[in-house]
Design a protein around this ligand. Sequence first.
Ligand code: UD1
Length: 427
Amino acid sequence: MSCLSERMIIRGGRALSGGVVAQGAKNAALPVMASALLLRGRRLTLDRVPDLQDIHTMAGLLRCLGAGVEFENGRMTIDVPEDLRWETPADLVRKMRASSLVLGPLVARCGRAVLPLPGGCAIGSRPIDFHLKALAKMGAEIDLEHGSVHARTNGLKATRIEFDFPSVGATENILMAAAMTPGESVIENAAKEPEIINLAQALRGMGARIEGDGTGTIRVDGTKDLESSSIRIIPDRIEASTYLLAGVMTRGDVTVNGINPEYLEALIVKLEEAGIPVCVFADSVSVSCRDRRWKGVTLKTLPYPGFPTDLQPQIMAALSMADGTSVIQESVFDSRYVHVSEFKRMGCKLDMQGNTVVITGVSQFSGAEVRASDLRAGAALILMGLATDGETIVNSLNHVWRGYESLMMKMTSLGAEMELLPDAEEA
Ligand code: UD1
């Protein structure tokens, strides 16, 4: 992956028009990559893997643990040797919260793991206590020493785990650990995200028996002897939704191809409620917003199938252009409104009260120099820049490159005018 600049200028005000193909889902590819660690002298092949910074971070982490990772044109092969290292390097783990996904596989496979507490987007406190409690219930001894988790076991045991909250990462970690633990494990209050189903498909391909993925109760009949397998990564529902919102906000018409429209249901419902026509086909979704206005709506972010928190900044941007008032309540993360101050720089009228933001629609944003505070906030600022007559400069795009493959190419193919600028210190 080439090193992309962290600054972009957008000359907005053009209606975007045309079609793009959704990338593979980052949040499905990352846990599936981690699941390869369960193999012993075997290979996992993944197709439709997006070429993103986070994917390279996970590949680097797997290599440090001893796996051979090759990645070209969306196909990744992960060869896992008999002997694996179980101590994870702090520099890679701190780059990305999803690094914690290697914990379950390492404990199940090696009986040991050391994981520095992970980093990631600046979107509120993001502990991994559910992951640790569940691994402890499966028989792992867990200690926190000098900022790192130390886990060890003489063998995990199958058991019943009930999460207090349907955490995506904790469900994935325990699903992977259970896939290699003989006997029946039951995960209650499991996350239902499509990415969990994709991971379960990968684990089934390796030989684990899993039922109920996509529901709140997952049953896993694990085995020590997992086999080589291959898996196709599902399309990225957050990326797809971001392009649809670009069509809406520029009052254009955009089609996203190669997706499962069911995954976008929560967004489609809200767009229709706002008065935006959406066309749903077998594997594509279109919005058509020429000369249209839309009205404000109320929404709350929730675990799947509710409205995704990863779309909250982007929908806030779209609702900032609506007629009337909208209300967004963030219920998944405790402080995912870091972007509000940057949105205000561009003329948004936002009143934040705790985890609720009241949005009063404005007829026009004003171009400004802004900074992406995290991945999805950065995407939302780009959407606002595209919808603004005038110039917008977005800084700290390193966050955006973690999640959007070929964003410049896709946006410009739809008619956007945007250009990367030299990084500030070079300018
Ligand atoms: C995943 C996604 C992320 C998305 C999030 C919610 C990946 C790689 N990332 O993150 O893009 O925003 O789901 O859809 O798939 N929590 C705890 N203790 C825990 C675990 C979670 O308190 O042990 C809390 C978190 O702080 C947060 C909430 O539970 O408030 C949801 O987190 P979780 O579902 O675990 O998100 P991630 O798996 O980190």
